[in-house]
Every structure is written in structure tokens, then in C-alpha cells.
Write a new protein. Structure first.
Length: 192
């Protein structure tokens, strides 16, 4: 079983790379953003099916663990888990699971409301444990859904604002939505 590969990215395809390791090219499916000719080290998860053997690569053990947790959810296979991890940052995904935010998870391609809710139900108890490191997602999360809803009503995409909103709520635990919205708009306008 392959546990880790280190080599040069020889080719970047749609959702996969060819990683050259000692003159052997491994096709590795990965959600990581890599550049051609870069030297990378990936933790490998081997998925054996009746008709194929596929390698999935992750830059951290936490990402590999999250992939394994996602694929353990009924209805979520390796391809969908990779799509979720490619569309949503790991800390954002873990926060969405911990806070029951199905809307953020449905922003990933191929994920409907039922699958997102199933992911939350099956993984919510695990994301706060030793397997994952999520900081400041449960404290002051009451204002987060209202802040996200307010910003979405102003036309901002959830995936573009969720990280900033989480940090803002965590940094201002006593602030209500009427105070958080102007702070968020100021941060958004400062980022442009």
C-alpha cells in the first residue's frame, strides 16, 4: 500500500496530476492546487474498486482524514468527496459541519441538500474530536447564520464570504448582526 509520494508534478489534468517519482508517473487525484514542475509531497489514500485502483493525494494528514470521513458517509464516494474538498476550504467545511450549515456544503458541485444534511448528521459528532482541529467555530456561532443571510441578500456568494464572516463573528462574540454587517461590508470593500 502506498502511504506517501514525493516527486515532481509532470502533468496537471482535470482533478488529477501525474506525479513523477523515480522515473515512474503516478496518476494521483487531488483537490490540491499545484503547479507544474513543482516538487510536492502528498499523503496517499488508495481506493480499490472492482474495476480500478485509484490514488488520492493530500498535502496534510488532516485533509486525508477528512476525505476518509466524507467517503464513509453513505452516498458520498471518492469523486464527490474530492469535489467537496476542492470547492470548499477544509476549515470552512469543518465549520459548516460543526454548525449544521448545509447551505455552505451544497455550494460544492454535485451536492444537494439531502447529501449535505447527511454529511452533517454523520460527521457532526466527529469534527469536534481529536481527528479534526477546528478552532472558534462553535463559540458565537449564533450570529453567523444571520450575518451570512444578510450578506447573501446583498448579492454576495456564500463561498466568498463564509471564511470572513466566521472570523468576524469569532473576533466579535458579543456583536449582533446590525453591528456585524457594516464591519463585514468594510472588510469586503477593503479586499477589493
Amino acid at each position: 500500500m502506498i502511504g506517501k509520494l514525493q516527486g515532481i508534478v509532470d502533468y496537471i489534468g482535470d482533478g488529477f496530476i501525474i506525479l513523477m517519482v523515480a522515473d515512474v508517473g503516478y496518476k494521483v487525484f487531488t483537490p490540491e492546487y499545484l503547479t507544474q514542475k513543482s516538487v510536492v509531497s502528498l499523503w496517499i489514500e488508495t481506493v480499490v474498486r472492482e474495476d480500478s485502483i485509484r490514488l488520492f493525494g493530500f498535502s496534510t494528514l488532516a485533509a486525508q482524514n477528512l476525505f476518509n470521513q466524507l467517503t464513509a458517509v453513505s452516498g458520498v464516494g471518492p469523486k464527490l468527496a474530492l469535489a467537496i474538498m476542492g470547492a470548499i476550504k477544509i476549515d470552512t467545511l469543518l465549520s459548516a459541519i460543526a454548525t449544521g450549515d448545509a447551505k455552505t456544503i451544497t455550494a460544492a458541485p454535485g451536492v444537494g441538500k439531502k447529501v449535505a444534511e447527511k454529511i452533517i448528521v454523520e460527521l457532526k459528532a466527529r469534527v469536534g474530536g481529536a481527528s479534526f482541529d477546528i478552532s472558534n467555530t462553535n463559540g458565537a456561532s449564533g450570529a453567523l447564520p444571520d450575518l451570512l443571510a444578510a450578506l447573501e441578500s446583498l448579492g454576495y456568494r456564500r463561498l466568498d464570504i463564509v471564511d470572513m464572516a466566521q472570523k468576524l463573528v469569532a473576533a466579535n462574540p458579543d456583536a449582533d448582526v446590525s453591528k456585524l454587517v457594516p464591519m463585514a461590508l468594510k472588510q469586503i470593500s477593503g479586499n477589493k
